[in-house]
Design a protein around this ligand. Structure first.
Ligand code: ASP
Ligand code: MG
Length: 595
């Protein structure tokens, strides 16, 4: 006998008929001999209605009272679900977050889970009951009701599955599973059978944003297999686990983030501490900085570009402008009508030419790449918002994402059983002991001294340029690891890539030719660099991460040559002589967060 957690989202409990149908699913699992925990969201759009009600009373309702209000949505659902199961002749007990013992911090409306006690749930399960748990809520140290942020019931479900060491966590929703891209945006999107945690994390919006991304962080951290499926249709759904759908597939998904703003800062002094001075105040104001890029510069001046959510552009400018002025830099051309298009795939980490294919497809669609940033498994480009959809379609087509890949897992669900033992209890228990469940986790800090960088300074800012550069490199089998393009101004931008040191002789003449063909202001080769990669879980949702890294390197008095960020990794490049010291400072800073 195992434990199964089933979560039903708002649309899956939108009316009484649907609640009864969900109840039958839970009963079926119970009849199969499993112990069943059901996590439910508020019915239909109930949470929206509650928010609307609050806004009619007050323009700025106290966050604590918002949580008291919002948590009622889930309380209605658990009660009705328990009644439904009772009416069908089985025994169920509903529990609120507080009754379960889901402890959170006190950041109302966006609380993080600290710990969950399992005693009461286990007792009830052992007594043969189906336990109905309210999603999205918890209590803080002082017994105040808290909520986890919109969509947080997924996180409740996966967290419960983790602490109960459940065999599976089934997420019932109104779509069939995880798609290669949001099917509401691109109808040709394909339902995947399996996707990896890392891919899901890098593309939080993958497949219609079916899952709250903090729930994926939980899944990865504690090895919970997550099975996303449609509550209304009998479709196999998608599994979110460690491994991707097809091991050799370069790209497995694509996504667009429509509403971004691009901020560019020019001619900053290229000395230690600049990034920290820029990003700490943004972090203090809880502004989520997304892409951050910097290329090794010429003439001891650095340009830095980054993106923030569109609605935070004004606030960002207010904070950044005076800092830039004080540093003697200039504001570059900023825009609030840009979108980010990304592709993700575990397979790209070892394949040459993936970037080249993506950039060529975008060039064919006559789309200019305003900024580029990559991680091992993701490439993101910034484009004009009016071209976002076309860009997404171009890359989805290029990588044939509408087709089932060769060597795809055939029936991942047959293997569900195999996941049961993948996280041994000892493992999970020791990982749970004394840690904050949703705390930032650093997996690794790695120093790589095997690479070199090449920078093209002031490349023309028009469609097809990056495509040309990467086509030529791919042609010679040169493996570009990190790729970064900053936005300098309307006409020109800098492009840097890191490559294996031994390929520098091969790359240099190609890049020289390109520099003269494109009338660049110059090129710069750093034959020996030190690349430091901090990877972990929660880097993005814990907003201070990038600025923590910048702070540590500032303390070490180390100058940053290049920066590239993604959801699960932050890469910085420093001078090779600084590598060991940088590693030491980063290790010291993040010692307590390392697994
Ligand atoms: N009811 C909450 C919301 O609508 C939580 C959830 O559905 O996951 O955001
Ligand atoms: Mg939801």
């Amino acid at each position: 006998m195992g434990i199964v957690v089933q979560k039903f989202g708002g649309t899956s409990v939108a009316d009484c008929e649907k609640i009864l149908s969900a109840a039958r699913k839970a009963i079926r699992a119970h009849q199969n001999g499993d112990q069943v925990v059901v996590v439910v969201s508020a019915m239909g759009h109930n949470t929206d209605h509650l928010i609307e009600l609050a806004s009619q009373i007050s323009e700025s309702p106290p966050a604590r009272e918002m949580d008291v209000l919002l948590s009622t949505g889930e309380q209605v659902s658990v009660a009705l679900m328990a009644m439904a199961i009772d009416s069908l002749g089985y025994s169920a007990v509903s529990l609120t977050g507080g009754q379960i013992g889901i402890r959170t911090d006190s950041s109302h409306t966006k609380a993080r889970i600290r710990s969950i006690s399992t005693d009461r749930v286990r007792q009830l399960l052992d007594a043969g009951k189906i336990v109905i748990a309210a999603g999205f809520q918890g209590i803080d140290e002082d017994f105040n009701i808290t909520t986890l942020g919109r969509g947080g019931s997924d996180t409740t479900a996966v967290a419960l599955a983790a602490v109960l060491q459940a065999d599976a966590c089934e997420i019932y929703t109104d779509v069939d599973g995880v798609y290669t891209t949001d099917p509401r945006v691109l109808p040709e999107a394909r339902l995947t059978r399996q996707v990896s945690y890392d891919e899901m994390l890098e593309l939080a919006s993958l497949g219609a944003g079916v899952m709250h991304s903090r729930s994926i962080e939980f899944g990865k951290k504690f090895g919970v297999p997550i099975h996303v499926r449609n509550s209304q249709a009998d479709v196999a759904g998608s599994l979110i686990v460690n491994d991707p759908e097809a091991p050799d597939q370069a790209v497995s998904g694509a996504a667009v983030t429509r509403d971004e703003a691009r901020i560019s800062l020019l001619a900053l002094p290229d000395v230690p501490g600049i990034c920290q001075q820029i990003f700490s105040p943004l972090d203090e104001q809880k502004i989520t900085v997304d892409m951050i890029v910097q290329c090794p510069s010429a003439e001891s001046m650095a340009d830095i570009s980054f993106t923030v959510p569109r609605h935070e552009m004004a606030a960002t400018l207010r904070i950044v402008q005076p800092v830039v002025q004080a540093l003697g830099g200039q504001m570059g051309d900023c825009s609030d009508s840009v979108s980010k298009v990304s592709v993700v795939g575990l397979g790209m980490a070892h394949q040459v030419g993936v970037a080249s294919r993506m950039f060529t497809a975008l060039a064919r669609a006559d789309i200019n790449l305003q900024m580029i940033t990559t991680s091992e498994i993701k490439i993101s480009v910034l484009v004009d918002r009016s071209q976002a959809l076309r860009a997404l379609r171009a890359v989805h087509d290029e990588f044939q994402l509408h087709r089932t890949p060769d060597h795809a897992v055939t029936d991942p669900f047959v293997r569900l059983g195999q996941f049961k033992s993948s996280a041994t209890p000892v493992d999970v228990v020791s990982r749970l002991r004394g840690v904050e469940l949703e705390g930032l986790t650093i997996d690794d800090i790695v120093l790589d001294e095997s690479q070199a960088t090449v920078t093209l300074l002031r490349l023309p800012n028009r469609p097809g340029v990056a495509a040309r550069v990467f086509a030529e490199l791919a042609d010679k089998n040169i493996f570009a690891d990190l790729i970064v393009q900053t936005w300098s101004n309307i006409d020109r931008s800098d492009l840097t890539l890191s490559i294996p040191r031994e390929q520098i002789a091969l790359a240099q003449p190609i890049v020289e030719n390109l520099a003269s063909e494109f009338q660049c202001s110059g090129m710069r080769v750093m034959p020996k660099i030190a690349k430091l990669t901090v990877s972990g879980i929660g880097l993005r949702s814990h907003t201070g991460m990038a600025s923590g890294i910048f702070q540590a390197l500032h303390d070490a008095n180390i100058n940053l040559e290049m920066i590239s960020t993604s959801e699960v990794r932050i890469n910085v490049v420093v001078n090779t002589s600084d590598g060991a010291k940088a590693l030491e400072y980063l290790n010291a800073r993040f010692r307590n967060t390392i697994r």
